[in-house]
Design a protein. Structure first.
Length: 257
């Protein structure tokens, strides 16, 4: 997928005001499912060997930052990304807090299936010929419309998978609610400890859901592996603190060997 990279050099880090924190929202490294173009969701696919190397490079690009804390979802691709990035960035003394609410969207019966076939099926149910046509119509809100379609189709059990109701695809409202709640908890916890930057490793689609919920106007590009979006949290809530889906830290890491 494309990314929102804007620089090959790591930019100066924003100063943190008292009673505030900056979350470095990061997509996990490349996985076996990414390579095979399979739907991941809550399913636990590991990082590839190249994915780990990419995360190490990403971590080197973070060496100018002393993180207050670090968090990931409970999927191995998220946790391993956070752990490797900390170790390579000089933040190896930090533990990675794990919260399952940072998991990717749950795609229910569609998980583990071919990505292209699945997206075509979902877009057809939305009344479009393909994903490109759906994205042209919905733009930054495509993730929300697709997730609700996953939920609608899975509730009908169109794949005859027989999943119990609680294991089927989430709604957009459910994803946004848990993402806002967990990131608020993480930010407030950091502020209680004095504020500062926090590394948060999650997944692409749920991060897109969160960003559309907190900002009515920002462009939401596809998120490449290890892409970072900095979000400031203070008394008036969440605000973007830089470009969405930036690859600047990954790029900077290539110069830090």
């Amino acid at each position: 997928m494309n990314n929102g990279a804007s620089s090959s050099q790591s930019t100066a880090e924003p100063s943190t005001e008292a009673g505030s924190t900056t979350l470095y929202l990061t997509r996990h490294g490349r996985t076996t499912a990414n390579v095979m173009h399979l739907m991941q969701g809550w399913s636990d696919f590991p990082l590839t060997r190249q994915g780990r190397e990419d995360v190490r490079q990403f971590g080197r690009g973070l060496r100018s930052i002393r993180f207050r804390a670090a968090w990931s979802g409970n999927l191995s691709r998220q946790y391993e990304t956070a752990r490797l990035a900390l170790d390579m960035s000089g933040n190896g003394d930090l533990r990675v807090g794990v919260d399952p609410d940072l998991r990717e969207d749950n795609f229910g019966s569609f998980e583990g299936r071919d990505e292209h076939t699945t997206l075509d099926q979902v877009c057809a149910a939305m009344g479009f010929e393909n994903f490109a046509a759906a994205k042209a119509t919905y733009g930054r809100n495509i993730a929300a419309h697709m997730q609700d379609t996953f939920h609608r189709l899975d509730a009908q059990d169109i794949l005859s998978a027989g999943l119990e109701e609680q294991d089927r695809a989430e709604t957009t409202a459910q994803v946004r609610s848990r993402m806002i709640a967990v990131l608020t908890r993480i930010a407030q916890s950091a502020i209680e400890e004095g504020g500062g930057p926090v590394l948060v490793v999650s997944s692409g689609m749920c991060l897109q859901q969160f960003l559309t919920a907190i900002d009515d106007h920002c462009t939401i590009p596809d998120m490449d592996n290890t892409a970072v979006t900095k979000v400031f949290y203070g008394d008036d809530g969440f605000h973007l603190a830089g470009p969405v889906s930036s690859m600047e830290y990954f790029q900077a890491g290539s110069q830090e060997k």
